[in-house]
Write a protein that binds this ligand. Structure first.
Ligand SMILES: Nc1ncnc2c1ncn2[C@@H]1O[C@H](COP(=O)(O)OP(=O)(O)O)[C@@H](O)[C@H]1O
Ligand SMILES: [Mg+2]
Length: 248
């Protein structure tokens, strides 16, 4: 259910990497608690960069970025207390699971975030077993993350993030490189999480799964500007526009 609570508010936001041209050009939009939003655009249009700003991993070069009612900037994200609190509210699933998984076993991977919080060892064990059951990864718990398949790694990365119970889930091209069965499973899981009240922000250039994954689409052109922000069904009907931005 979409509420009146504003989670993110971008005004005239621009971003450039050091020595790069503008990667995000004059972004203006608001995301409310409980929405399921897809960020769409061809490769290189700036989707991952935008998700990193929303996740507090990068800060805008120009313009304002508000999250959870507060202005967020680079100085604030450098303060440990602010950053820890911020990152606890947002679960970021990287496109490449390998950058997210670094422990020797899946159990250690799942325990990692919980160990930074005030859980007893018994509580940690219980929560890991619960999430492993939910994601059907019980059989992977003693395995080494880097030896898993792409789909298994994605499940472990998602489990690790869900354990911390974030308000918002941000997923960068989550269905990329997954086999059809795992894609189908992931779409089902995301729908379930959305129904349970999580806000979802998902980047993709895959139009097939779009209407199942989101209710709203924000569409970029290859010049790094937003050219549409509309209900997903409406967006999918704009074939000319989708062709212009090189998505079909
Ligand atoms: N760390 C970086 N330094 C310089 N340029 C970058 C960096 N990361 C991405 N870019 C460039 O920014 C543009 C947008 O990248 P990205 O946000 O990854 O787009 P998308 O996710 O839509 O494919 C691309 O041209 C890419 O080469
Ligand atoms: Mg990307």
């Amino acid at each position: 259910m979409i509420s009146n609570d504003i989670l993110f508010e971008l005004e005239h936001l621009e971003f450039s990497y050091p020595d790069s041209d503008k990667i995000l050009d004059n972004l203006n939009f608001t995301i409310y608690q409980g929405e399921a939003v897809s960020i769409l655009g061809a490769n290189g249009c700036g989707k991952s960069t935008l998700l990193k700003i929303l996740s507090g991993l990068l800060s805008p070069t120009i313009g304002s970025f508000r999250a959870f009612g507060e202005l967020v900037n680079a100085q604030m994200l450098q303060q440990d207390e602010f950053a820890i609190n911020y990152h606890r509210q947002i679960g970021f699933i990287f496109q490449d699971s390998d950058v997210q998984l670094f422990c020797n076993s899946v159990t250690e991977e799942l325990a990692f975030g919980l160990l930074q919080m005030d859980y007893t060892p018994d509580q940690i064990k219980l929560r890991i077993n619960e999430i492993a059951k939910l994601l059907s990864i019980e059989h992977l718990l003693n395995k080494t993350p880097y030896k898993l398949s792409g789909g298994e790694k994605k499940k472990v990365a998602i489990a690790a993030v869900l354990l911390l119970n974030p308000r918002v889930l941000i997923l960068d091209e989550p269905t990329n490189a997954l086999d059809p069965k795992t894609q189908h499973w992931l779409v089902g899981l995301l729908q379930q999480l959305h129904q349970a009240g999580k806000t979802l922000i998902i980047s993709t250039h895959n139009l097939n799964l779009l209407s199942e994954l989101s209710t709203r689409g924000i569409l970029f052109n290859e010049q790094h500007q937003i050219v549409a922000d509309a209900p997903i069904e409406q967006l999918l009907q704009q074939q000319d526009l989708l062709r212009q931005v090189n998505l079909i």
